[in-house]
Design a binder for this molecule. Structure first.
Ligand code: NAP
Length: 301
């Protein structure tokens, strides 16, 4: 019988924690590390093993998954002192599930190759619910053989894994996807502000949009949040969307691809964060647009 790989998870945030729980539930020997140890408590009670550093996590495992906030966190956890790369060896596969930069992915992949290891950039589509239910979509770039060797992991945490090509391809695909998502939400927020100020009922707006050619999964997914203004607790925060759109625009700048709608969506996310909404769900650009239109609960007396 084939022995199951030992799996390490570095980063136990909103996404990393449920991903680790699914790996554990599927019966993989599981080792975890997080900058803040407290977040591992529930997993350690259920037979996961704690690693003191990212390096010892890699040393103790065959496949390492990371789910980290932003490129600064990824740089520090991979390249920092006793980082994930330090103890990588021939046969180790490192898989970054974070939304990050294609250039960083290529740099990590090169450093992994020098050690005989493999690196996959594998950002995910879907939020906390999909992570909890093992229903993520996984966009993968890097070594094809390593992708094949990770199939049992991908099928544990996701519903589909797409192999997209060389290192950086997965990261690029995720940026394409989030650029489209952010512009759709900005358009939705503007339309809702207009309709509401003109006197339409918020829930009527969403009901009719859902039956119109503007219907989209994000419209249905955000109907209750926007209508009831329940932006907390957030699944995917405006802070993370700001980071993603910055990465999109950096790539667009590097490749000289004009993205005017994305540039506006990015600026409105910046404005939302500058007015205290960075911890809110990313759909809270709708709250900002209500404020700017002088309508909704946030309108001045
Ligand atoms: P999160 O809840 O904020 O968790 C972030 C993780 O990164 C935590 O484990 C945090 O450690 C760690 N971290 C932050 N800065 C660090 C540093 N300098 N050094 C070491 N570790 C650091 O974020 P999340 O929502 O789980 O998102 C994780 C990744 O998935 C992000 O790249 C995000 O864009 C992507 N993503 C998120 C969603 C979503 O719906 N949330 C959906 C798709 C993709 P501490 O616990 O110590 O703070």
């Amino acid at each position: 019988m084939e022995t199951r790989p030992t799996v390490g998870i570095a980063g136990l945030g909103r996404m990393g924690h449920p991903i680790a729980a699914n790996i554990l539930d599927a019966g993989f020997p599981t080792v975890v590390w997080n900058r803040t140890r407290d977040k591992a408590a529930g997993l350690l009670e259920r037979d996961a093993t704690w690693a003191e550093t990212p390096g010892t996590l890699t040393q103790a495992t065959d496949i390492v998954l990371s789910s980290l906030a932003d490129p600064t966190a990824v740089e520090s956890v991979y390249f920092g002192p006793d980082g994930l790369l330090d103890r990588a060896r021939s046969g180790t596969i490192l898989v970054d599930l974070s939304t990050g930069s294609p250039a960083t992915a290529r740099r990590i992949a090169a450093a992994a190759r020098e050690r005989g290891a493999a690196f996959l950039d594998a950002p995910v589509a879907g939020s906390i619910k999909a992570a909890t239910e093992g229903q993520l979509g996984i966009m993968v770039g890097g070594d094809r053989a390593a992708f094949e060797r990770c199939q049992s992991i991908f099928s544990t945490i996701g519903k589909a894994a797409f192999y997209l090509g060389a290192s950086g391809s997965g990261a690029t695909m995720k940026l394409v996807s989030n650029a489209i998502l952010a512009t759709m939400v900005q358009a939705l927020a503007e339309g809702v502000a207009l309709g509401e100020k003109a006197g339409l009922d918020l829930s009527d707006i969403f009901t009719v949009l859902g039956a119109s050619s503007a219907a989209a999964p994000v419209v249905a997914a955000k109907a209750a949040t926007v209508t009831e203004r329940t932006y907390l607790p957030a699944a995917f925060t405006l802070a993370l969307m700001q980071k993603d759109l910055w990465l999109v625009r950096s790539l667009a700048n590097e490749l000289q691809v004009p993205m005017p709608a994305t540039a506006i969506a990015h600026d409105m996310v910046l404005a939302a964060n500058a007015t205290g909404k960075s911890g809110f769900d990313f759909s809270a650009v709708a709250l900002l647009m209500e404020e700017l239109a002088g309508t909704g609960e946030s309108s001045p007396e």
